[in-house]
Ligand binder design. Structure first.
Ligand SMILES: *[C@@H]1O[C@H](CO)[C@@H](O)[C@H](O)[C@H]1NC(C)=O
Length: 561
């Protein structure tokens, strides 16, 4: 081991200060002993023991304290560990130093003629840069799966980062028959570094519009459109000074900020919509994000593996209930049917769906992915009808009823920030506030997702919002313990740019899962794995066959067998 000179440590500290405090604290406390070799192993740095925290800088969202997020210091430390990702410790300046999907490869360790169903296949990924040099640090975002096209079978594998340019993936072979390994480089670690940098900076990647409407001085109806965004971070983030109308939610403490309209007063905010997305990437960063380097299959052992068994592959047999953890893999597809390892998931016929939902009020909340569930139920449950609530058919709120079995299904979007078409801001309650209006009970099924629209904003803001949702869920389960509460995770996005990256989704999913880990009575429904390993192209709105499997999971929890 080469000890760094004092000079080098100083440089390193300075460099790190450019990053979020978040990264700095984590690096110093968690990886004192980690050996990071960079630049082809020429400079080898050894990490120093924990140091005092650097003085916070006032230009970043990420200096937000655990207190500002409404959680304790210990929980924030736990969350940072959970989302820890080994990005390069310095910014690279040359494209050829980044991970190449062409030169990176995978191989099957101890390849055999045949495997038993239920056996693990061990895959090693070796990352190389564009000059075919081995990468010496980790952080690349790979996705891996086993699949069989004829059987419409696939299973997700979790990639373990050894932080030295190699990665392992244990892949379970759960079906009888052939299987092949598939690995793709979703983003190089250099791109993950950029994603993280912009996520944690106060740069608003996403803009929003606020529509003010009301009577002008001469009693005529006027309207004004201004820009809005979240107020977050010690410096207030987005706009400075007395620029704005502030909308502070009493219960969440979340502040929505709109530029002050010229003619109308602050209480005249009526509609909300998304504004433009702003790409912060410089030209070098854009090159790193180039399509040919993103979401590319890497080459490796294409050998057809053989799974042998006397029995038919099956999922779990235990009844679906609360308090179950999601293993990896959480299940697998066989003939396009998701067989869960979490619990016994059934396929529901339309009549069984109606029977399951008899006397239920289902509250679906969140974004268009829970609307897909609403639309699926609407299409499939016999006799169900959508009521005309005089709202936009995609922005909602929506409601469907089936009178024979007394089924009521609600769907609505979560509060701002949200990328939506123009709609009344009164129809965008924060999830926690909406939950606070529901009495709950054994007839109530509460489902929410909170992910896709939050990838535009700092993770500290996300933690703050989830903490508030958690409070409301805890209260709900306290006043009505028989309420079914289901959190739907985010699904893979299909888009691989600075705005929608699965790396961000995975991070938010991890935070959500961690923050609800100790809450009894809550079900975490993992659709990340279900959308990550399916043979259809990833889509921010998963394809109908996947939605059908997701809803079968949902119903398996509502009506366990
Ligand atoms: C990387 O780390 C893993 C796990 O510690 C080890 O097995 C492997 O040999 C290392 N590879 C290299 C190239 O250093």
């Amino acid at each position: 081991m080469v000890k760094p000179s004092t000079e080098k440590s100083k440089t390193q500290v300075c460099r790190l200060r450019h990053y979020a405090l978040l990264l700095a604290c984590f690096l110093w406390t968690s990886f004192c002993l980690a050996l990071w070799a960079v630049n082809g192993g020429i400079h080898i740095k050894q990490f120093q023991p924990p140091r005092p925290k650097p003085v916070p800088q006032n230009n970043s969202y990420s200096i937000t304290s655990a207190f500002d997020m409404g959680i304790g210091d210990e929980e924030w430390e736990r969350l940072q560990k959970a989302i820890d990702w080994s990005i390069p410790d310095q910014e690279i300046t040359r494209l050829d130093q980044s991970t190449s999907p062409v030169h990176s490869t995978f191989s099957i360790v101890g390849l055999k003629e045949s495997y038993k169903v239920g056996e693990k296949i061990s895959v090693t990924i070796t990352a190389r840069d564009h000059n075919k040099n081995l990468k010496r640090y980790g952080g690349d975002f790979f996705k891996a799966k086993l699949f069989n096209t004829q059987l419409k079978a696939s299973v997700y594998g979790e990639v373990v980062d050894h932080r030295n340019g190699t990665y392992s993936v244990p892949l379970l072979l759960p079906w009888e028959g052939q299987a092949q390994v598939f690995v793709r480089l979703e983003h190089s670690s250099e791109v993950v570094q950029i994603l993280k940098k912009y996520r944690d900076s106060s740069f608003p990647r996403s803009h929003y519009n606020g529509y003010f409407e009301g009577s002008g001085p001469d009693k005529t109806r006027i309207s004004e459109v201004v820009e809005c965004n979240i107020k977050w971070g010690a410096d207030g983030g987005w706009r400075k000074g007395d620029c704005c109308c502030e909308y502070k939610d009493i219960r969440t403490g979340t502040v929505w900020l709109c530029e002050r309209p010229k003619k109308l007063s602050c209480d005249k905010l009526v509609h909300h919509s998304h504004g433009v997305l702003e790409n912060p990437l410089n030209s070098f960063e854009k090159q790193l994000f180039a399509m040919k380097l993103t979401d590319v299959a890497i080459s490796g052992d294409k050998k057809i593996l053989n799974g042998l068994s006397n029995t038919v592959a099956n999922g779990a047999v235990e009844k679906c209930r609360t308090g179950m953890t999601t293993p990896v893999p959480a299940g697998f597809y066989l003939k396009d049917v998701w067989k869960s390892f979490v619990c016994n998931t059934r396929q529901f016929s339309p009549a069984q769906m109606a029977n399951c939902l008899k006397n239920k009020i289902v509250y679906l909340m969140g974004d268009s992915t829970t609307r897909q569930w609403f639309e699926y139920l609407e299409r499939t449950v016999p006799g169900i009808t959508r009521l005309d609530l005089h709202t936009h058919h995609e922005l909602g709120p929506l409601m469907a009823v089936e009178l024979k079995n007394n089924i009521i299904i609600h769907w609505r979007l979560h509060g701002v920030p949200l990328q939506s078409g123009k709609m009344p801001i009164t129809d965008l309650p924060y999830i926690n506030n909406y939950i606070d209006t529901i009495a709950g009970g054994r007839h109530a099924v509460i489902v929410f997702t909170y992910c896709a629209h939050l990838v535009f904003h700092p993770i500290t803001f996300y933690v703050h919002e989830v903490a508030k949702i958690r409070q409301s869920v805890v209260s709900l389960l306290s006043r009505a313990p028989e309420t079914t509460v289901i959190i739907k995770s985010g699904n893979t996005q299909g888009l691989k740019n600075i705005f929608q990256s699965d790396w961000n989704v995975l991070q938010l999913d991890t935070v959500m899962r961690e923050m609800f880990k100790d809450i009894d009575g809550v079900i975490f429904l993992d659709v990340w794995q279900m959308t990550s390993c399916h043979y259809l192209r990833e889509n921010i709105h998963p394809e109908p066959v996947i939605i059908a499997n997701e809803v079968d999971m949902l119903l398996s929890y509502v009506c366990p067998a």
